[in-house]
Design a protein around this ligand. Sequence first.
Ligand code: HEC
Length: 138
Amino acid sequence: MKKILFVFAVFSLAIISCGETKKEDVKKEAEAPIEVAEEAPAAKDDMIALGEKLFTEKTCVSCHQIDAKIVGPSVKDIVKIYDQYDASLVEFLKGDKEAIVETDPGQVAIMKANLDGFVKDLKENELEALAAYMHSVK
Ligand code: HEC
């Protein structure tokens, strides 16, 4: 009888321990880093490349060098002032804003002749490309 009881005890222990639910490791899902591409780099590069092309083709380069003032202020000087005033190159090129880099009327007239001459025929995205290029040479 004792033996039977013992076996029974062992048997029920076994059942109890088997019945215990094993705590499953709750694997925390590794938080996947969410990459928020503010601007697709390739698209930005394309804009800059287009801007650079236009800057040469549309003769801007004949009056504006990157580093040195020739007829007009250097691109770096222009961008520096535009950044400082948080101003828009596109708006200037559209003729919507007054000159802020050089305000001497004689100088302004030279640039104004370009704006009224051929810059007004450029498309919005071409003006944005020119602005992107100018900002990229910092
Ligand atoms: C014939 C010479 C000449 C050409 C070509 C020329 N510019 Fe200018 N640009 C000037 C002169 C001079 C100034 C200085 C007067 C002024 O700031 O408006 C100037 C000024 C600027 C400014 C600064 C405006 C400001 O706020 O003072 C920008 C931006 C500019 N040019 C962009 C361009 C772009 C882009 C092109 C080509 C599409 C171009 N320029 C072609 C002579 C030229």
